[in-house]
Design a protein around this ligand. Sequence first.
Ligand SMILES: C[S@@+](CC[C@H](N)C(=O)[O-])C[C@H]1O[C@@H](n2cnc3c(N)ncnc32)[C@H](O)[C@@H]1O
Length: 204
Amino acid sequence: MSIKGTENPDTWEAIYQTNDAGWDIKKPAPPFEELLERQPDWLTSGELINLGCGRGHDAAFFARNEFNVTAVDFAPTAIAGVQEYSESLTNLNPLLGDILQLPSHLNDSFDYVLEHTCFCAIPTTKRQDYVTAAFNLLKPEGILFGLFYRFDPADDKGPPFAISEEELRQLFEPKFDIFLWETPKNSHGRRKNRERLIAMRAKK
Ligand SMILES: C[S@@+](CC[C@H](N)C(=O)[O-])C[C@H]1O[C@@H](n2cnc3c(N)ncnc32)[C@H](O)[C@@H]1O
């Protein structure tokens, strides 16, 4: 897939339509289930937005756990998956749109921004735009958290585009205070040791 292709919703839509979405584990990410079981004091119910939500398995999981969830993706088939979940979850709102061009009325609206294999789907030249988008969506002291993928030596073989731990810190630390950084033990399949569970508070 070319870098240009990753910016194009049609590229992702075509993958969903051919049932070739290899990243779709068809259930919530196990590290998210474990995280909620731990009941961290920083993760209580509130307004949550899931960026690049895919078919919505994580979004539905957080909605079932009493968060008010907005789930955004620019691929219509992904959003159709979220809509199926939302039929029985009134606190789950599907939103078709580009996470880097969301309407400004959403700014300062969310207690949480949820990440799961979306950051690695964004072209490396747009990473700063992702940071800005997540920061703008959050209320003061809101929290960006999730599973960031993939920590391998840098290459141009994405998506998923690799990043180093140092690079990720340099990118986010001007706008966020990072307070959780773990390598989950229960990552799905080939993601073992290649993803990090990270949480950071917006400096606003
Ligand atoms: C690797 S998939 C991950 C999907 C989901 N988070 C999951 O774990 O199943 C990346 C998702 O991000 C979406 N995406 C990529 N760039 C996007 C953008 N700029 N705006 C909205 N969605 C985007 C794609 O359509 C795709 O559904």
